[in-house]
Unconditional design. Structure first.
Length: 535
């Protein structure tokens, strides 16, 4: 006897799996009825494909309810309100009169109760993204053709038993097709009949060949498993264990977390986080994504709220007294404490800030490499705590908040004002192949080196450094002589704290930029007394 298939791996669960499987089953029940009626009249019809690449097949119109089902799902996937799904469920709630269908419909309604008020981010990544794919995939699975041998194997009978049962009454599902003298059924019909057999055994009933018990959906409520996994179980005696966090639901919220990072509407972002928190018992990455987003906007209160939630979730798995390191790939784990340390320092809570940074450094495996290491930050906290907040803003460009532009030194050079001249110069510097980026914050300058410009000039728009786009007609261009080389300075008036220097000679460019940095410290009194160097 075959185990019933719920249709998808547990580790790949998303709501579109549940919805797509439900609606595929609904479509199977509607269409097998049509097929069986044709087969009873010895008429053979071809399988009707579901919409391919979202295009409805024109011959579906004769199938009435099936065509309407396909059209409604198509509209939902393409952006219509998900309330259209509720309409489908309500319309077909009485399709079957058995416990299996009634409870499954009740579960889908409860799922839609959660989904309907959720953020559009959730609708996109937990419903629309793959609803159409699952719907097609599951319908194709259910409509696989079976002969007597395959049907008997699935329900655990012999072919003789099956043939005898069919000849003794009409309680066996009608075939959807007769090929010559051979009856053919679908896999979905076989699975339904197996549910009937199982219900008869469990309920010890006789004479009833329609009852199906409700399916077990409890795994959907507790499917997430989170545990620490040791990466070096065969370590040396004096070597500390290194752990990674294994979360079976990692893929569930991944796309949502990425969408949170890219969305600008905080109401949508928080609603998406609230939904994830209802569905998962452990979701620190979602809370981290929201906290990080608020931090970038300058809202430290909200940022702290969500980062503390992330910290609580992480500590439910990585206890404070755990003996060992955490793998550097768990970046959100480390940066939750790192950013909280910054927020505490911004509020004047330097002792708590130091405690957080000290603790998270104990989880860093220094021998693993330089990817994660907070020794420099701790050094600033201990030696110059009053400057720690400014240090963090310099080290992390996303902490640069709104405010007055820094006072710039008198940088010699020739201004370039003509639009066409600016375009020609950019083309020339693109060929030279070096991009030096200088980030300025309240008198501090930070340098990044890139091999080339990160994008083509489209119209008047150019892209520099991590997708920073600006209009060159509005930007300030200045050509400079640095030693025997030429360089180009660009300032975007919409982001005056970002100063770009394009120069083929990296060493000379860095040298002059450091000189400007020293002048800028003198121009900005709030940093004039800072003596430690972070370049």
């Amino acid at each position: 006897m075959q185990e019933l298939n719920h249709g998808y791996p547990v580790g790949q669960y998303k709501e579109y799996n549940d919805l797509g499987t439900y609606f595929a089953y609904l479509r199977h029940e509607l269409i097998t009825k049509e097929w069986a009626e044709h087969a009873s009249r010895k008429e053979t019809i071809a399988t009707v494909n579901i919409m391919a690449t979202y295009a409805l097949q024109p011959d579906l119109s004769k199938y009435g309810e099936i065509a309407r089902l396909d059209r409604n799902l198509y509209e939902c996937v393409n952006g219509n309100s998900i309330n259209i799904l509720r309409g489908i469920v309500d319309y077909h709630k009485d399709l079957l009169e058995n416990e299996f269908w009634v409870e499954w419909t009740r579960y889908i309604n409860s799922l839609l109760d959660l989904l309907t008020p959720a953020s559009e981010i959730i609708h996109q990544w937990h419903i629309r993204e793959d609803l159409h794919y699952v719907y097609n995939e599951q319908f194709n699975r259910l409509t696989q053709r079976l002969g007597t041998k395959e049907f008997a194997s699935i329900i655990g009978w012999s072919q003789r038993q099956l043939a005898a049962f069919r000849s003794n009454g009409d309680n066996f599902p009608p075939p959807v097709e007769i090929l010559g003298a051979t009856p053919v059924w679908t896999l979905g019909q076989a699975e339904n009949f197996l549910r009937i057999i199982n219900a008869r055994k469990a309920l010890k009933i006789r004479g009833d060949w329609s009852s199906m018990q409700k399916q077990d959906i409890s795994w959907r409520m507790g499917w997430q498993k989170v545990e620490l996994e040791c990466l070096n179980p065969e370590r040396y005696e004096d070597e500390k264990p290194v752990y990674t966090i294994h979360d079976s639901a990692l893929s569930y919220s991944y796309a949502t977390n990425s969408a949170i990072a890219g969305d600008s509407k905080f109401e949508k972002i928080e609603a998406a986080g609230s939904y994830i928190a209802k569905r998962l018992k452990y979701c620190p990455d979602t809370f981290y994504a929201i906290g990080d987003k608020f931090l970038r906007s300058g809202d430290l209160t909200k940022a702290e709220q969500y980062l503390e939630l992330a910290r609580t979730h992480f500590e439910s798995v990585v206890s404070l007294d755990l003996d060992g390191f955490i793998d550097s790939n768990e970046e959100h784990y480390f940066y939750t404490y790192y950013l909280l340390s910054y927020i505490k320092a911004s509020k004047g809570e330097l002792e708590e800030s130091t405690n957080l940074m000290t603790y998270i450094q104990t989880r860093v495996n220094i021998d693993e490499g330089p990817d994660i290491n907070f020794e420099e930050d701790l050094n600033v906290l201990f030696k110059s705590p009053e400057n720690f907040v400014l240090w963090m803003r310099e080290r992390n460009t996303f902490l640069v908040d709104e405010g007055p532009a820094p006072s710039l030194p008198n940088i010699p050079g020739a201004d370039v004002n003509d639009l066409e001249d600016k375009k020609k110069i950019l083309v020339e510097y693109r060929k030279k192949g070096w991009l030096k980026t200088n980030l300025v914050f309240n008198g501090w300058t930070r340098f990044h080196v890139h091999n080339t410009l990160s994008g083509d000039l489209v119209g008047n728009i150019v892209s520099l450094d991590f997708g920073h786009e600006f209009d060159i007609e509005l930007a300030q261009f200045k050509e400079l002589s640095i030693g025997e080389s030429h360089a180009l300075l660009i300032i975007d008036p919409k982001a005056p704290k970002l100063i770009y220097i394009l120069g083929p000679d990296r060493d000379e460019t860095e040298k002059i930029a450091l000189e400007w940095r020293a002048e800028m410290q003198a121009c900005n009194s709030d940093l004039a007394e800072m003596t430690f160097d972070i370049s």
